[in-house]
Design a protein around this ligand. Sequence first.
Ligand code: ATP
Length: 361
Amino acid sequence: MKRYRIATVPGDGIGKEVIPAGRRLLETLAAGSRSFAFDFEDFDWGGDYYRRFGVMMPDNGLDELRDMDAILFGSAGDPDIPDHITLWGLRLKICQGFDQYANVRPTRILPGIDTPLKRCGPKDLDWVIVRENTEGEYAGVGGRVHQGQPIEAATDVSMMTRVGVERVLRYAFELARSRPRRQLTVVTKSNAQRHAMVMWDEIAHEVAAEFPDVRWDKELVDAMTARMVNRPASIDTVVATNLHADILSDLAAALAGSLGIAPTGNIDPQRRYPSMFEPIHGSAFDIMGQGLANPIGTFWSVVMLLEHLGEAEAAARVMSAIEQVTANRALHTRDLGGDATLQQVTDAVCAAVAGPAAKAA
Ligand code: ATP
């Protein structure tokens, strides 16, 4: 029997509700499996940890995670701590420390869920957005001088390296090749940003030459937002810079019905370090502690985690349990217009996962 070591980092806000639900789902799966089991280790890092120790995670935190097979992460954000501290002190520290350079965000309209788009059926929206996850606009390069003075100045420099661009584009082309349509859109802004984005375009042409079987096109990021709304079926796999993809994937999540559904994986394709899976929503303090959080984004992240571990059959089983549950509108949480609770949705998905396994045994 294979044993996987899984780190759970609930973080802040509703992360503390959805991650235990995700762990319960994995435990339910393992209970019905003769081929794999999970050993969990929970890390109480985040805003409360910061209040006690002055840091979001300990200095040797990455060492504690290094030997894990995967990380299931909730969210980092606290109303009393500046966002750049919560983000850089925990989530980005792990993403950058483990060189998780491809952030992968699938988007689909799940059964039973309404999209705000008119004339758009489930078949018209099936995307995966790949976000460059280690450099670009979020490289952390910049500075601030003369704070509070009239002459105050600040910069955030977008830094792109040939290695960084090439590897994420290659990952995206490979991902596009693995999907039935074999189609990739490279998002750019090289009309206005005439240095790094021009290099990005040039490297896209070079890498594309290695993938003659992938149809690809280039789209300016502003035009891409309109295309996502007006011609969703023309899109399949997408690759964009850190900032561009950050924005596009929130739009994608909203078009697919709710921020509460969308998952993401922060992947180290070379598997030198553990990859990290998380719902794309934040800490949502407005609904925290009320049992209202939608756990589907976390459950879909569990699907991605299982796929990454090579447990394709288990991943498919969880995805079909999720779809079974979203198809039932009585099990929609408030973000989807329903009044189901996190507990009810979790019970239903776990029951759907356990059902076929119990019958098979
Ligand atoms: P952060 O600062 O950590 O990003 P935020 O509250 O600014 O947090 P989100 O957490 O992404 O941003 O929430 C945006 C809105 O979407 C909130 O009104 C929140 O209640 C809602 N929301 C987000 N995730 C969920 C979820 N899983 N279930 C239900 N509603 C959600």
